[in-house]
Design a protein around this ligand. Sequence first.
Ligand SMILES: [Ca+2]
Ligand SMILES: [Ca+2]
Length: 360
Amino acid sequence: MKKIASFLLAFIVSAVFAQPANYYNGTAGLTGYALKTKLFEIISNGHIDRGYGSLWDGYKVGDLDKYYENDNSILDIYSEKPAGPDAYRYTPGTNQCGGTTPSSEGGCYNREHLFPQGFFNEGAPMKNDYHHVRPTDNVVNGKRNNYPFGTVGTASWTSTNGSKLGTSNFPGYGGTVFEPIDEFKGDVARSLLYFITRYEDKVQGFDTSNVHNPQDGSRTRVFEQWYINLLISWHLKDPVSAFEIARNNYAYTFQGNRNPYVDRPEFVTMIWTSTLSTTETSEAVSTLRIIQNPISNGELRVEGKNLSKIPSAQIISATGQVVQQIPQPFKNGNSIKLQHRNKGVYFLKIQQRTFKFIIP
Ligand SMILES: [Ca+2]
Ligand SMILES: [Ca+2]
């Protein structure tokens, strides 16, 4: 009986704190930076700055390991080993960093700003924003410093769980980068994309002259194209996890706003475009052709190689208006169900290619 009661309680709590049905009202039909600005308005509304000290309290609830060791220790993305025992274990509260600064891993956890706080002069509410400030080992955090995230070619340093510091081998950047393990690459990407959406009204005042800051100076895209390419690829390769959903729900109770890219992963490719053409994606785009034109039954049928690798597509009307935005259009088959059924000439746009078709 007690078990049933606690199960019911957990169910009620999760139902109350889950994503409210109308949270993303007003986003329908929007794409690109117009969608990003709408999300900025939505996630700024209701956001309460709880201060820097309260992050410690947040971690005691929202950052516990209920997914790997399942021992309610601090879930630190820089030391968690998903496939085996961690090198050390942090007890919430007890092991948070205080006066001393240990020089080797496993000493204490502190507050890691995924978007470095030096770039915004430690200003509030950015510094205190739970969505991008994570509890991580103090030494790994120090190694990450304010380097951009990236993929490392040659590592100069590696943490106990395999997070690496070293020279970037990612197209478009050759400086020093920090690479988290695969398990948390999407988590990092979605936190950073949240950050540049939530603070799109402030990013142009940040220190964009710092050589480690990948900002492009704009309010719209915010990051340089190589960094957007990196974050989109991490977002697609490491989809939203149960930990992220729970952490996002907790963040909503903690500070009153949500990470839209955890709730609605498709928003990422609806806003930003990756110019990264992996071999498979470019093969898909170059081999794609429409096999029935004019189309029938409101269905656009195509053929080609590796079509499932295409990250997004748009349907554009003869007047140039985007009438449908489709994330991963051929994930489940080689056709697109068209929402728009008015007769006329339309275009399927995928990256730089457009394909004309007719709705009879
Ligand atoms: Ca582990
Ligand atoms: Ca993940």
